[in-house]
Structure formats: C-alpha cells, structure tokens
Design a protein around this ligand. Sequence first.
Ligand code: EPU
Length: 339
Amino acid sequence: MVRFLDDFSLKSYTTFGVACKAKHFFEFTDSPDLEGFLKSDKFCREKKYFVLGGGSNLLFIDDYDGLIIHPNVPGIEIIREDRQHVWIEAGAGEDWDEFVHSCVAQGFGGVENLSLIPGKVGAAPIQNIGAYGREVCRFVEAVKGYDMKTMEEHHIPVADCKFAYRNSIFKSELKGRFIVLSVVFRLDKFPEFELGYGGVEDEVKRLGGVNLQNIRQAIINIRTGKLPDTKEVGSAGSFFKNPVVSYAVASDLKKRYPDLPTYPAGEGRSKLAAGWLIDRCGWKGYRNGGVGVHGKQALVLVNYGNATGKQIFELSEKIRQSVFEEFGVSLEREVDVVS
Ligand code: EPU
C-alpha cells in the first residue's frame, strides 16, 4: 500500500500531538514501494525530506516545508529458533507495545521491562529505548532498512549499530539517511528477569510472583502512575537525557545537594537524574496555557491540547537554562526537534 498526499496534518502522527502540516506525505508498507517512489519524479524533485516513524520522540516546531516519508511495514514473524533463543523479525510499522505483549504472551523474555513505551518497532533501535534496567540493544540481532545514499537495502548487525544510552548509528552517522524497515530481535526462551529498578520487585511481589506477565503488568502499573498516557495528554516521554558528568563533578554536586540521585556510568563518570534537577528548579507541575511540565515526572513536557511546537520548545529552553544556572549542568535533548 502507498499513499501520497499534499498539505497533510501530522497532528495524530506524533505523540506530542501538536498541530503541524507537511507539504507532502508519503506512506508505504513494503520496500519495493519505497524503492519505486525514491526513483520517481515526486521524490527526485524534493529538496527536503524527513523520515517519520512512530513520532514518539519528535517535536515539530513548525509546519514542515518538505516531504515526510512514513514507513508502515507490518508483520511479526518467528524466523529461527534453537533450544535457548527465538529470533523474531518485526516490521517497523508495528506498535511497540503490541510487539512486547505478543513476546510476553508466547513466553519469550527480554523486552518485558520495555512495556508501554509509546511508538513503533522501527523507532526502538534508533534511540535504543530503555526503561527499568533494560535497553533494547541487548535483544536486537540486526536492523534491516534502506540506505537513501546508496539506494540499497542493508542489514546492519547489532555489532555495527553503535548502540549507547539513548543513541545509535541511526541517530548519528546514518541520521536522515537510513529508513528502518524491520528489526530482528533475539529473545530468550528461559528468561533472566530484571527486577532491580524503580520498585519493580515490590510490584511484582504484590501481583503474586516473578514471571513475564507479572513483570509486564508491574511495569504498566508503575508507568501509568508516573507518566502521562500519550493517548490523552501529548508528550514524548523524557524530553532530556539524563546527563553524564565526571565523577568529580557529580561528587561536588552531591556535597551541595546530598539527595541528588547519581548512578555509575563507567570510566570515572556518573549519570545524574535530569528529572530531579528540573524538579529542584521548581518546574514540576508548571503550566502556562496549553504547555506544561508533568506533575509526577519533571522530565516530561506536556501538551494539554493546544500547545504549539514552538511553545513547547521555548519552555524546554527555559528549563535547560535554569538547570544550567542552578547546577552548571547542560541538559541534552532526548527528543528530536524538527523544523
Ligand atoms: N525524580 C525527581 N523528580 C522528578 C523526576 C524524577 O526527584 O520529577 C527523581 C526520582 O525520584 C528518582 C530519579 O529522579 O530518584 C530518577 O527518576 P525515574 O526513576 O523516574 O527515572 P528517570 O531517570 O527520570 C528514566 C528514563 C525513562 C524511563 C525511566 C524508568 C531517561 C531520560 N529516562 O527516567 O524513559 O521510563 O528511567 O526506567 O533515561 C523516556 O526515555 O522517554 C523515558 C520515559
């Protein structure tokens, strides 16, 4: 299936839900259709394009004066298995949480702690989604996609994906050039459970004991208590990354603010909780018209319905500035800002 539309509203295509139009919009469900389109006049005359997947980590500041390419490749298929593992290929257009649900229902472990993260499967490797002690990169075998520069399909094995905290080759060298078509995951038939983060263990106990279903349910319960439902309130999850600073900077801050949460980040570095820094600057629950900071998690900016991309962006810059003034720490955006 392909669709090509002009003057297309993107409001329902990003979880922030800001009003925004694209000059052109192209949607496809399989790679020959994409290939055909990329060789057509419609694409060749276009100067500016952007690949929009699940839109869960994106903020459009304005209308988009170019072409939006929207991959919507379906399908979830077991492609291989052995005694320990199963390899599943999932189309970039599949809903991430439905994919997690199907893995848990079949007893395949790995991604259960990533339950309820909004967005599509194709976005998962791009920013290496992570939550409650798990990052998706541990369960990715390869990413398949289309390279707009070489005009060829590529299969990028996990070792070449340059995965790091909320980062990958798709957010750096291959940014704007590689269209994810599907992801191959390697999941465990005898899962190891990860309970050591953010109250998961207590919630799992309360639900009756450790198994995949209870972990998924515990994560759902914890997330819904803390993060907005993107179907009701516009947001893109954490707006900033948790900053990584030298151990010396972290211990200096810890002397001034003994309750500052810090986590080891390897090589003499520490990760700070950006939500705590923003909260301490007094932003939690802030609201100005349609734009605000979530009342239970200061790392999340929200659109109460009619905020513009510009207003959200301006608020984020004020927050960044106030955190820098108070703590001397620069926050880096997790959300991709598009103009
Ligand atoms: N905190 C505050 N005030 C706040 C928010 C947080 O004091 O308003 C404190 C918390 O009490 C806790 C610490 O900061 O001591 C960390 O907070 P939390 O456990 O909620 O996690 P986070 O570091 O803020 C990260 C991810 C989330 C993920 C959670 C759970 C990033 C940027 N964010 O948030 O991911 O769900 O851990 O694993 O790494 C996302 O990326 O969109 C996202 C939601």
